[in-house]
Design a protein around this ligand. Structure first.
Ligand SMILES: NC(=O)c1ccc[n+]([C@@H]2O[C@H](COP(=O)([O-])OP(=O)(O)OC[C@H]3O[C@@H](n4cnc5c(N)ncnc54)[C@H](O)[C@@H]3O)[C@@H](O)[C@H]2O)c1
Length: 251
């Protein structure tokens, strides 16, 4: 038996990076995975490569109506939802003086509104049978950087929102747990997009490594494995917690 055998799992932003690694890992351990993303080509390819009954749906996580449609499609296909991984996110670099209003709004739309919609529509379906919500925040939601103004604020909001959700679901006896994973730097396309926004990417990469006391940055499987634990019944007593998987970055 796999560690999440038979569970129905939705992973957003699953066409790339951490989302893809999480979907792969959950499927390896027996989950029926639903991958969503705005990148249809890569998302469809990922679902094909995972095989079995893995399904891809085009889904902009800022769009509340689309969230309703995604949950309806999951209910039609599987009848329930056991695991929701709110993973899709973006990082726009800049200090409080650099980040324009549009960038601030865009960061909050993708990184925070997604959690609002995902948890509201997800809880509506999950509360019939219970389940596990995993919100991917960041070490940057705990430890600030001058040049990550909008991202710091957005990921801190995800952490606080998750604690409130965990309390509500616990007190309501829904059998739904909600936890945060706060990764340190993990080499995925998001890091490449950040490096592309700065004048000296090599120096920034060395800086990332130096800021992780363990001496290296992580790989997607480091995050996929903690999400697997939180998705499984092994973590049945964990809720409202922030799981830092960051090589000691926030210490
Ligand atoms: N990689 C890291 O170092 C790191 C560290 C801490 C936290 N995180 C967080 O992990 C999550 C995944 O990051 P990643 O490194 O895999 O990034 P990534 O850029 O490789 O993947 C993000 C995915 O989200 C999708 N996406 C972007 N906007 C979307 C939208 N509006 N609707 C639906 N999908 C959308 C992209 O198409 C992409 O497939 C993000 O929330 C990120 O903030 C990453």
């Amino acid at each position: 038996m796999g560690r999440v055998e038979g569970k129905i799992a939705l992973v957003t932003g699953a066409a790339s990076g951490l989302g893809r690694a999480i979907a792969d890992r959950l499927a390896e351990e027996g989950a029926h995975v639903v991958l969503t993303d705005i990148d249809t080509q890569a998302g469809e390819a990922a679902a094909r490569e995972i095989g079995g009954d893995a399904m891809f749906l085009h889904h902009d996580v800022t769009d509340g109506a689309r969230w309703e449609a995604v949950m309806a499609a999951i209910e039609d296909r599987h009848g329930r939802l056991d695991v929701l991984v709110n993973n899709a996110g973006i990082t726009l670099m800049g200090s409080v003086e650099d980040i324009g209003w549009e960038q601030w709004r865009q960061t909050f739309a993708v990184d925070v509104d997604s959690v609002y919609w995902g948890c509201r529509t997800g809880i509506a379906l999950m509360k019939r049978t219970g389940g596990s919500i995993v919100n991917i925040a960041s070490g940057a939601g705990i430890k600030a950087s001058a040049g990550l103004f909008a991202y710091n604020a957005a990921k801190a909001a995800v952490i606080a929102a998750t604690k409130s959700i965990a309390l509500h679901c616990g007190q309501s006896r829904y059998g739904i747990r909600a936890n945060v994973v706060a990764p340190g730097a993990i080499r995925t396309p998001i890091i490449d997009k950040v490096l592309a926004q700065v004048p000296d990417p090599d120096a920034m990469l060395k800086g990332f490594e130096a800021s992780h006391p363990i001496g290296f940055i992580g790989q997607p499987s480091d995050i996929a494995n903690i999400v697997l634990y939180l998705a499984s019944d092994e973590s049945r007593f964990a809720t409202g917690a922030v799981f830092s998987v960051d090589g000691g970055m926030i210490l």
